[in-house]
Design a protein around this ligand. Structure first.
Ligand SMILES: C[S@@+](CC[C@H](N)C(=O)[O-])C[C@H]1O[C@@H](n2cnc3c(N)ncnc32)[C@H](O)[C@@H]1O
Length: 272
């Protein structure tokens, strides 16, 4: 009888759930104080991600051009060649950031752009850039999570997401949500970093990703955590063939899948 209390059964989840929550709270507390946490699991919690992009928004553009040596401009142009929005068409720019895709799309074709981003400060930079270059209409930016887009079904003929899908906490739900807001026959262009498959290029690129990028990014922005996150999230991102499978599982047709600059970046052009 005395040992009855030891025979009591416990549900393991009852212990795991509170400790997960406790870990998340601790992580946010530490993150807000600039403490670097490196773990194998990337924290893609929307609050953490938006805070991180808010923090690096003032230096984002400068660093982007230094770290990519402006090769990204060619990648962006290629995405827009494929998407080819028409003049006056309204296209959706998901994870619009500081608005580089939106501005380029408008400059090339005169299309209008609706941008969505989870970081208010990234959007502020985008809106300022747009109003300096194109005073007047043409760009609306909405602060929000791409997993819950504030548009009715079948709103857009074209959508794009440049270097943003990597940050989505659940890529499948994200794809379902984008598919929902696309018209029948709508198109989606996705640009994302990838790890090259050629052995020598891969070694050099991984050395750059793990050593140089966090070092230069941390020095310039004062936020090493964000650039460690960038490096981790690129290395952990699925291969192009896994991505193509995921797109098809979520009802998209893979129209084009194009490695860019020896596989450092990849362009996917999808149809609904
Ligand atoms: C690397 S930046 C890319 C910005 C821009 N598209 C470009 O090409 O420069 C990633 C952007 O994704 C945004 N982001 C991350 N998670 C998001 C989410 N769940 N919903 C909307 N935007 C998100 C970030 O705030 C950030 O502005």
């Amino acid at each position: 009888m005395g040992s009855a209390k030891f025979r009591q059964t416990f549900n393991l989840e009852d212990f795991i759930r509170p400790s997960r929550q406790c870990w998340q709270n601790a992580h946010h507390w530490l993150f807000k104080r600039g403490v670097v946490l490196i773990s194998n699991e990337l924290d893609k919690d929307p609050k953490t991600v938006s805070k991180m992009f808010d923090d690096i928004s003032p230096t984002y553009d400068v660093l982007n051009h230094i770290l990519s040596m402006s090769v990204d401009v060619g990648w962006r142009n290629q995405a827009l060649d494929e998407l080819s929005p028409g003049q006056g068409e309204v296209i959706l720019d998901i994870a619009t950031g500081t608005g580089d895709m939106a501005l380029l799309a408008h400059k090339r074709t005169g299309c209008e752009v609706v941008g969505v981003d989870i970081s208010r400060k990234m959007i502020e930079v985008a809106v300022n850039k747009w109003s300096e270059r194109y005073p007047g209409d043409g760009y609306s930016a909405i602060e929000g999570d791409a997993l819950h887009l504030p548009f009715p079904d079948g709103t857009f003929g074209s959508a794009m997401v440049a270097f943003g899908i990597r940050n989505m906490v659940e890529m499948g739900s994200f794809l379902d949500e984008v598919r929902r807001v696309l018209k029948k026959d709508g198109r989606l262009a996705i640009l994302e970093f990838s790890v090259p498959s050629y052995p020598v290029v891969k070694q050099i690129y991984l050395a750059y990703l793990t050593k140089m990028l966090p070092f230069i990014g941390g020095l310039q922005s004062g936020n090493r955590t964000a650039y460690d996150y960038l490096s981790h999230s690129i290395r952990k991102f699925p291969s192009p063939s896994s991505m193509e499978q995921l797109f098809e599982e979520h009802g998209f047709i893979v129209k084009r899948s194009i490695p860019q600059t020896m596989g450092i970046s990849h362009l996917y052009v999808l149809g609904k």
